[in-house]
Design a protein around this ligand. Sequence first.
Ligand SMILES: [Fe+2]
Length: 593
Amino acid sequence: MEVKFSSSFLPKYHQLMDVHSFECEKKNPQTKIKAHSFFSKFHPLKKLILPSKQKVMTLNKQPSSKKRIPQGDAKQSSLSTFFKSIDDFICTFIDLPLHPSINPELVLSGNFAPVDELPPTVCEVVEGPLPSCLDGAYIRNGPNPQFIPRGPYHLFDGDGMLHMIKISQGKATFCSRYVKTYKYTVERKMGYPVFPSVFSSFNGLGASMARMWLCVSRVLTGQFNPMANGFGLANTSLALIGGRLFALGESDLPYAIKVPSNGDIITLGRHNFFSDEPIMSMSAHPKIDPNTGEAFALRYHVIPPFLTLFRINSNGKKQPDVPIFSMKNTSLIHDFALTKNYVIFPDTQIVMDLMEITRGRPPVRVDRAKVPRLAIIPRYAEDENELRWIEAPGFNMMHCFNAWEEDDGNKIVMVATNISSVEQALERLDLAELRLEKITICVKSNMFERHPLSTEVLDMGGINPAYVGKKNRYAYVGIVAPSMKLVGVVKVDLSLSKADSPCYNTVASRLYGQSCSGSEAFFVAREPDNPAAEEDDGYLVAYVHDENTQQSMFLVMDAKSPTLEIVSAVKLPGRVPTGFHGLFVKESDINKL
Ligand SMILES: [Fe+2]
């Protein structure tokens, strides 16, 4: 057995390859796996170039030379090989040196390294019993590249993987599955990545032009069809809309997910909410009104209208589009706010500009000359006639935790994280410095005010979901370390803020411990059907991983406790990498999927 590759930074892939190498050897002792191609021999990232799991498995099943290959397939196969060689050539000889945000050795280090899928596996509850209100499933989405990148790779580029703990009567099962997107499926079949990325593919003029040509060539020759099938990763968040569960990423439509009784995760497919209009994408943070069950969402485009607002009714049927023609360019709008009467969305300095590609740069850039704005539009508006823009200097919103109306609707309050160093947001995400702020807007006078709520860098988290769009008191927000990992969670009392001074309102906190980092904490009410229950009567649930012991845990914290005391803990049978957003879905909703 001869395996000519090495990796110095991803122990998981060493383990993975060791297992598969062993399997290959067992089945066919004569098998020789040579990962180094002509290009990879000279590749600056040669330590990263590993044969994929699928490729290794394929080597065990070499087709007989007598086996007939359909001519069309053979042609596609030759084309695929040719295109792959071009791709390798670009990575090896044309790419500019990789800056930290697109250097896979850095981006995928530590607990950002991907894991393999894990089928449903029974877990050990090591502390606790698990509270009965947690009967259901906590699912966390995040990027988990199917293949080790051959060239530039950005944190946002990874294929969506769902990590789910399903709980029933105190027993827990854990499962990790990819969202089987069109991109995932095509690349799984090919055995290597073929879809370009807006964040990492445009690395210098030569590489940008070459990758553009390669992408167009692959589409024209039928290697894949993003116009018909999308190109999204579904790697950002999850949402329960109209009784269906979705994995979302803002470059594509959501993918519907099913959770069978054995605790597995099944991708049902791309879903357009029975839209009467063509729809290609949807933002990853829809806002769901807990009273009406309606979902509000946005989608942005590179051609006018640059932004579209739409609503999905409680039956899961999309309502007519509300195009926002007063958006003058494409702004990356990751999140927005919903109140009783309004939708409020930002127009930030992070814009999409396709001309940047002709300069050899990614199409996403920061427009420092632009003054950020907020739009206020009635939630049931049929067009933008009643939309009002308010200038919001210095406010480049990332996540909105909640918003509500005061003074009979004349004042809007938003609680959101702001990117303090927007210049760093794209190339040095770790220096973006997200801070929690309370925003007040006077609807009549267009007054806009910002009030800081924390000195720490905070982001990711949420509120009691029953309070979406209503005045609430508590937000649970992740403490972001310079490594971009969430090293703890704080409970912020929003009622303590004062307009005349920065007021830091943390009333409870928990650090996960040295070498530990966690996922976004999600609030689950102890008595969700009790209208008299206190807002913070419930639990925060999160995954936490210890990089020293390589053990991941599921933690249940008492949201009322000043230390966010851990009341239950489950030892997980697989590692949960650092990722994005999570969702708890109660058992009765899981059973109806
Ligand atoms: Fe997000």
